[in-house]
Design a protein around this ligand. Structure first.
Ligand SMILES: *[C@@H]1O[C@H](CO)[C@@H](O)[C@H](O)[C@H]1NC(C)=O
Ligand SMILES: *[C@@H]1O[C@H](CO)[C@@H](O)[C@H](O)[C@H]1NC(C)=O
Ligand SMILES: *[C@@H]1O[C@H](CO)[C@@H](O)[C@H](O)[C@H]1NC(C)=O
Ligand SMILES: *[C@@H]1O[C@H](CO)[C@@H](O)[C@H](O)[C@H]1NC(C)=O
Ligand SMILES: *[C@@H]1O[C@H](CO)[C@@H](O)[C@H](O)[C@H]1NC(C)=O
Ligand SMILES: *[C@@H]1O[C@H](CO)[C@@H](O)[C@H](O)[C@H]1NC(C)=O
Ligand SMILES: *[C@@H]1O[C@H](CO)[C@@H](O)[C@H](O)[C@H]1NC(C)=O
Length: 357
């Protein structure tokens, strides 16, 4: 009896996860650009996007505006000659953060428009090994945010037996499954992306990367609690309500599939998801004749095409209880992102790259 009681006592001992984390890093205003590396690759060689990556030296594309917010934008002033590409930003955090970290991005505008493919995501330090968490991702004139995990091998799955507010698209997180579709969840709120995000005053994305789970929240401006601000020295994810997406470790062992994560902010154009004709035509005009995403949107003078192709960011904060983190030694951090491969269009983009190199 005593032994049994002790055993039950042991089982009943709290296995409650801590959900309060202290501030580690905060990036905003003039200091923002110092937190990031700019990739060594001059063009998007992972999603076949039609961009050259801008660096912090491209001060017309990466700057702080009069409101003190960080703007990361696609070049909409240059005329792009055929076979050339358009400049757009990619920033990868200098630090990789271990499990036990909460990433927060507060923005008032997200990039959108035909051919535009932005994301705020995290990648394992030797991506695609060590996993990928897509916190915010959208293409073209899609109306809601799409979240996802990507994990190597087979064994990481999303679960629909936990409570979250988004709509599950696919549960197999394997990078080898269905051309690396990822276990994606669509946010139910149209305020999570596009013109509606901006007209609502933007909002906050929060991702909790813990050993027990990965959870993602989108909180529209009106609902942002006062406890969530650039000045907040702690965050308690228990205060954030039902997450938009929730991946428990019971169906994806986080320790096995995820390692230190670097934050990435980027905008590519066309490429293997946004530029696929069928995907483009879901929200934009059909391509006519021989036209491609590239010839229609990227090439030439495109001032208005990219008038909304920019992030306008209040701050990015990182909270962590993890004692370890990875620091990049140079600006040659891995510059990669997951792709949904569609042969035909990827082939066209690859041919354009081939002409350039
Ligand atoms: C992209 O280019 C970078 C820099 O040249 C290189 O390190 C990386 O391996 C390339 N990635 C792919 C997928 O080719
Ligand atoms: C970005 O910087 C590169 C390298 O200096 C330069 O060649 C390019 O013209 C710049 N593009 C823009 C739009 O500023
Ligand atoms: C989100 O949308 C899906 C599909 O339309 C629906 O099943 C689900 O109940 C919605 N969630 C909430 C919280 O409204
Ligand atoms: C998930 O994807 C992997 C990689 O393609 C595959 O080996 C595995 O069988 C898939 N799982 C299920 C349940 O289909
Ligand atoms: C930090 O908290 C998270 C969530 O409970 C947990 O997964 C992680 O193990 C904790 N890390 C440390 C170092 O306590
Ligand atoms: C954060 O702190 C700064 C400097 O003390 C202050 O100007 C600003 O109003 C504070 N912001 C918030 C959201 O509390
Ligand atoms: C170019 O883009 C900016 C936003 O990045 C926008 O304010 C401006 O109106 C655009 N130019 C034109 C001519 O549409």
């Amino acid at each position: 009896m005593i032994a049994t009681a002790l055993a039950l006592g042991a089982l009943a001992a709290p296995l409650v996860a801590a959900t309060s984390y202290p501030l580690k890093d905060s990036w905003s205003g003039d200091g923002f650009i110092d937190g990031w590396d700019y990739p060594a690759a001059t063009y998007d060689n992972t999603t076949s996007g039609d961009v050259f990556w801008a660096t912090s030296a491209n001060t017309s594309l990466i700057y702080v505006n009069d409101a003190g917010r960080v703007v990361l934008k696609v070049d909409n002033t240059s005329t792009v000659a055929y076979n050339e590409k358009r400049y757009a930003p990619e920033l990868i955090s200098k630090t990789g953060y271990a499990a036990g970290t909460v990433f927060v991005m507060d923005a008032v505008h997200l990039p959108y428009g035909c051919s535009v493919w932005p994301s705020f995501w995290t990648q394992g330090t030797d991506w695609p090994t060590n996993g990928e968490i897509d916190i915010f991702e959208g293409v073209n004139l899609q109306t809601t945010n799409q979240m996802a995990l990507h994990a190597e091998g087979n064994g990481c799955y999303a679960s629909d037996s936990v409570t979250f507010s988004g709509s599950m698209q696919n549960t197999n997180c394997s990078t080898s499954y269905n051309s690396n579709e990822g276990c994606s969840v669509l946010d139910n709120s149209t305020a999570s992306y596009g013109a509606a995000f901006a007209s609502a005053g933007g909002g906050v994305f929060v991702a909790e990367y813990a050993e027990e789970w990965i959870k993602i929240w989108f909180i529209t401006r009106d609902s942002v609690p006062s406890s969530l601000s650039s000045n907040a020295t702690t965050i308690d994810t228990d205060d954030l309500g039902t997450p938009s997406a929730y991946y428990p470790s019971s169906t994806c062992d986080i320790d096995t599939y995820f390692g230190d994560q670097r934050m990435t902010l980027d905008i590519t154009l066309c490429g293997s998801w946004a530029g696929t004709a069928s995907v483009l035509e879901e929200t934009c005009d059909a391509l006519v004749g021989d036209a491609t995403c590239y010839t229609t949107y990227v090439e030439g003078t495109q001032t208005t095409t990219y008038a909304n192709a920019y992030f306008e960011i209040n701050y990015v904060n990182v909270y962590t209880n993890a004692s370890t983190s990875t620091s990049s030694s140079s600006s040659s951090a891995a510059s990669s992102r997951s792709v949904v491969q569609y042969g035909a269009v990827a082939g066209v983009a690859a041919a354009v790259i081939a002409l350039l190199i």
